[in-house]
Design a protein around this ligand. Structure first.
Ligand SMILES: CC(C)(COP(=O)(O)OP(=O)(O)OC[C@H]1O[C@@H](n2cnc3c(N)ncnc32)[C@H](O)[C@@H]1OP(=O)(O)O)[C@@H](O)C(=O)NCCC(=O)NCCS
Length: 182
Protein backbone atom coordinates (compact mmCIF):
# COMPACT_ATOMS: atom_id res chain seq x y z
CA UNK A 1 0.00 0.00 0.00
CA UNK A 2 1.36 3.41 -0.96
CA UNK A 3 0.69 4.99 2.43
CA UNK A 4 2.93 2.42 4.11
CA UNK A 5 5.79 2.93 1.67
CA UNK A 6 5.44 6.70 2.14
CA UNK A 7 5.77 6.35 5.90
CA UNK A 8 8.75 4.02 5.49
CA UNK A 9 10.36 6.56 3.15
CA UNK A 10 10.07 9.33 5.76
CA UNK A 11 11.47 7.05 8.48
CA UNK A 12 14.46 6.23 6.27
CA UNK A 13 15.21 9.89 5.52
CA UNK A 14 14.39 11.74 8.73
CA UNK A 15 16.26 10.67 11.85
CA UNK A 16 13.86 12.86 13.86
CA UNK A 17 10.82 10.78 12.85
CA UNK A 18 9.92 8.52 15.76
CA UNK A 19 6.83 6.57 14.73
CA UNK A 20 4.51 5.91 11.84
CA UNK A 21 1.66 7.59 13.70
CA UNK A 22 3.73 10.73 14.22
CA UNK A 23 4.53 10.83 10.49
CA UNK A 24 0.90 10.36 9.46
CA UNK A 25 -0.30 13.07 11.85
CA UNK A 26 2.50 15.63 11.90
CA UNK A 27 4.36 15.70 8.54
CA UNK A 28 2.86 18.45 6.42
CA UNK A 29 5.14 17.58 3.49
CA UNK A 30 3.57 14.13 3.51
CA UNK A 31 0.06 15.62 3.76
CA UNK A 32 0.83 17.83 0.74
CA UNK A 33 1.96 14.83 -1.31
CA UNK A 34 -1.10 12.80 -0.41
CA UNK A 35 -3.34 15.74 -1.27
CA UNK A 36 -1.48 16.19 -4.57
CA UNK A 37 -2.57 12.72 -5.61
CA UNK A 38 -6.18 13.88 -5.29
CA UNK A 39 -5.66 17.18 -7.13
CA UNK A 40 -3.64 15.39 -9.85
CA UNK A 41 -6.52 12.93 -10.32
CA UNK A 42 -8.99 15.82 -10.61
CA UNK A 43 -6.69 17.52 -13.14
CA UNK A 44 -6.38 14.38 -15.25
CA UNK A 45 -10.16 13.95 -15.16
CA UNK A 46 -10.43 17.39 -16.77
CA UNK A 47 -11.69 19.06 -13.58
CA UNK A 48 -9.08 21.80 -13.82
CA UNK A 49 -10.66 24.48 -11.61
CA UNK A 50 -11.54 22.09 -8.75
CA UNK A 51 -8.00 20.72 -9.02
CA UNK A 52 -6.50 24.22 -8.72
CA UNK A 53 -8.79 25.14 -5.83
CA UNK A 54 -7.90 21.93 -4.02
CA UNK A 55 -4.17 22.55 -4.51
CA UNK A 56 -4.60 26.12 -3.29
CA UNK A 57 -6.36 24.94 -0.14
CA UNK A 58 -3.54 22.46 0.50
CA UNK A 59 -0.98 25.23 -0.01
CA UNK A 60 -2.68 27.23 2.74
CA UNK A 61 -2.71 24.25 5.11
CA UNK A 62 0.80 22.90 4.48
CA UNK A 63 2.91 25.68 2.95
CA UNK A 64 3.64 23.37 0.01
CA UNK A 65 2.43 24.40 -3.43
CA UNK A 66 2.37 21.61 -5.99
CA UNK A 67 0.62 22.36 -9.26
CA UNK A 68 -2.00 19.67 -9.88
CA UNK A 69 -0.48 18.90 -13.28
CA UNK A 70 2.97 18.12 -11.85
CA UNK A 71 4.12 14.50 -12.02
CA UNK A 72 5.47 13.19 -8.71
CA UNK A 73 7.06 9.76 -8.28
CA UNK A 74 6.75 7.21 -5.50
CA UNK A 75 8.22 7.49 -2.01
CA UNK A 76 9.04 11.16 -2.48
CA UNK A 77 9.65 12.95 0.83
CA UNK A 78 9.19 16.67 1.40
CA UNK A 79 10.85 17.32 4.76
CA UNK A 80 9.75 20.37 6.79
CA UNK A 81 7.57 21.37 3.86
CA UNK A 82 7.17 25.09 4.17
CA UNK A 83 7.90 27.18 1.09
CA UNK A 84 8.15 24.37 -1.47
CA UNK A 85 6.87 25.24 -4.95
CA UNK A 86 6.61 22.64 -7.74
CA UNK A 87 5.49 23.86 -11.16
CA UNK A 88 2.98 22.42 -13.59
CA UNK A 89 5.38 20.70 -16.01
CA UNK A 90 7.82 19.48 -13.36
CA UNK A 91 8.54 15.76 -13.17
CA UNK A 92 9.91 14.37 -9.90
CA UNK A 93 11.29 10.82 -9.91
CA UNK A 94 11.02 8.10 -7.27
CA UNK A 95 12.69 8.35 -3.84
CA UNK A 96 13.48 12.05 -4.20
CA UNK A 97 14.08 14.03 -0.98
CA UNK A 98 13.10 17.71 -1.01
CA UNK A 99 13.74 20.10 1.87
CA UNK A 100 11.91 23.31 2.74
CA UNK A 101 12.22 26.37 0.53
CA UNK A 102 12.82 24.40 -2.68
CA UNK A 103 11.45 25.70 -5.97
CA UNK A 104 11.15 23.58 -9.10
CA UNK A 105 10.20 26.51 -11.24
CA UNK A 106 10.09 28.02 -14.70
CA UNK A 107 12.43 30.55 -16.25
CA UNK A 108 10.20 31.83 -19.02
CA UNK A 109 6.55 32.68 -19.41
CA UNK A 110 6.27 30.39 -22.43
CA UNK A 111 3.84 27.49 -22.31
CA UNK A 112 5.03 23.91 -22.84
CA UNK A 113 7.69 22.10 -20.82
CA UNK A 114 9.29 24.82 -18.70
CA UNK A 115 9.96 23.18 -15.34
CA UNK A 116 12.66 20.70 -14.28
CA UNK A 117 12.83 16.94 -14.47
CA UNK A 118 14.35 15.46 -11.32
CA UNK A 119 15.83 11.98 -11.52
CA UNK A 120 15.30 9.15 -9.05
CA UNK A 121 16.91 9.40 -5.61
CA UNK A 122 17.94 13.04 -6.02
CA UNK A 123 18.28 15.12 -2.83
CA UNK A 124 17.45 18.82 -3.09
CA UNK A 125 18.77 20.86 -0.16
CA UNK A 126 16.95 23.57 1.73
CA UNK A 127 16.34 26.77 -0.23
CA UNK A 128 17.60 25.36 -3.53
CA UNK A 129 16.04 26.46 -6.80
CA UNK A 130 16.01 24.36 -9.95
CA UNK A 131 14.66 26.52 -12.73
CA UNK A 132 13.86 25.89 -16.36
CA UNK A 133 13.33 22.65 -18.29
CA UNK A 134 16.60 21.18 -17.02
CA UNK A 135 17.21 17.57 -16.07
CA UNK A 136 18.95 16.67 -12.82
CA UNK A 137 20.28 13.15 -13.25
CA UNK A 138 19.49 10.31 -10.85
CA UNK A 139 21.38 10.13 -7.54
CA UNK A 140 22.44 13.77 -7.69
CA UNK A 141 22.56 16.11 -4.69
CA UNK A 142 21.64 19.76 -4.97
CA UNK A 143 23.22 21.77 -2.16
CA UNK A 144 21.32 24.08 0.15
CA UNK A 145 20.58 27.42 -1.57
CA UNK A 146 21.99 26.33 -4.94
CA UNK A 147 20.38 27.67 -8.11
CA UNK A 148 20.48 25.04 -10.85
CA UNK A 149 20.00 26.38 -14.36
CA UNK A 150 21.62 23.64 -16.46
CA UNK A 151 21.32 19.90 -16.94
CA UNK A 152 23.27 17.81 -14.45
CA UNK A 153 24.53 14.33 -15.12
CA UNK A 154 23.61 11.45 -12.79
CA UNK A 155 25.50 11.45 -9.50
CA UNK A 156 26.32 15.17 -9.56
CA UNK A 157 26.73 17.30 -6.44
CA UNK A 158 25.74 20.86 -7.27
CA UNK A 159 26.41 23.94 -5.15
CA UNK A 160 26.34 27.69 -5.55
CA UNK A 161 24.68 30.32 -7.70
CA UNK A 162 24.60 29.44 -10.52
CA UNK A 163 25.18 25.86 -9.42
CA UNK A 164 28.46 24.18 -10.33
CA UNK A 165 29.42 20.57 -9.89
CA UNK A 166 31.36 19.86 -6.70
CA UNK A 167 32.38 16.31 -7.56
CA UNK A 168 30.92 12.93 -8.29
CA UNK A 169 28.45 11.54 -5.77
CA UNK A 170 28.29 8.23 -7.60
CA UNK A 171 29.99 6.37 -4.78
CA UNK A 172 27.93 7.96 -2.00
CA UNK A 173 24.92 6.00 -0.73
CA UNK A 174 22.63 9.02 -0.84
CA UNK A 175 20.04 7.62 1.51
CA UNK A 176 22.73 7.42 4.17
CA UNK A 177 24.75 10.57 3.48
CA UNK A 178 22.53 13.56 2.95
CA UNK A 179 25.27 16.01 3.77
CA UNK A 180 22.52 17.37 5.97
CA UNK A 181 23.09 18.82 9.40
CA UNK A 182 19.62 18.35 10.81
C1 LIG B 1 25.90 19.99 -1.19
C2 LIG B 1 26.01 18.92 -0.12
C3 LIG B 1 25.08 17.72 -0.49
C4 LIG B 1 27.48 18.49 -0.11
O1 LIG B 1 27.70 17.62 0.94
P1 LIG B 1 29.16 16.95 1.05
O2 LIG B 1 29.46 16.13 -0.16
O3 LIG B 1 29.19 16.27 2.38
O4 LIG B 1 30.16 18.19 0.97
P2 LIG B 1 31.13 18.77 2.08
O5 LIG B 1 30.39 19.11 3.33
O6 LIG B 1 32.30 17.84 2.18
O7 LIG B 1 31.60 20.13 1.41
C5 LIG B 1 32.47 20.16 0.30
C6 LIG B 1 32.72 21.63 -0.05
O8 LIG B 1 31.50 22.19 -0.57
C7 LIG B 1 31.09 23.32 0.21
N1 LIG B 1 29.64 23.27 0.31
C8 LIG B 1 28.89 22.28 0.88
N2 LIG B 1 27.59 22.56 0.75
C9 LIG B 1 27.52 23.73 0.10
C10 LIG B 1 26.42 24.53 -0.31
N3 LIG B 1 25.16 24.16 -0.08
N4 LIG B 1 26.70 25.68 -0.97
C11 LIG B 1 27.98 26.06 -1.18
N5 LIG B 1 29.05 25.34 -0.83
C12 LIG B 1 28.82 24.19 -0.18
C13 LIG B 1 31.77 23.11 1.56
O9 LIG B 1 31.95 24.31 2.23
C14 LIG B 1 33.08 22.49 1.14
O10 LIG B 1 33.92 23.49 0.63
P3 LIG B 1 35.53 23.42 0.89
O11 LIG B 1 35.96 22.17 0.20
O12 LIG B 1 36.02 24.68 0.25
O13 LIG B 1 35.68 23.37 2.37
C15 LIG B 1 25.58 19.44 1.28
O14 LIG B 1 26.55 20.32 1.81
C16 LIG B 1 24.23 20.14 1.28
O15 LIG B 1 24.10 21.33 0.99
N6 LIG B 1 23.17 19.33 1.63
C17 LIG B 1 21.85 19.81 1.81
C18 LIG B 1 21.55 19.83 3.29
C19 LIG B 1 20.23 20.48 3.64
O16 LIG B 1 19.60 21.18 2.88
N7 LIG B 1 19.80 20.18 4.86
C20 LIG B 1 18.56 20.70 5.36
C21 LIG B 1 18.28 20.00 6.66
S1 LIG B 1 16.90 20.69 7.45
Amino acid sequence: MRLREDVRAVKARDPAARSGLEIVLAYSGMHALWAHRASHALWRAGLRLPARLHAQLVRGLTGVEIHPAATIGRRVVIDHGMGVVIGATAVVGDDVLIYHGVTLGGRTLRTGKRHPTIGDRVIIGAGAKVIGPVTVGADSRVGANAVVTRDAKPGSTLVGVPARELGSAADVPVDLDLGAGI
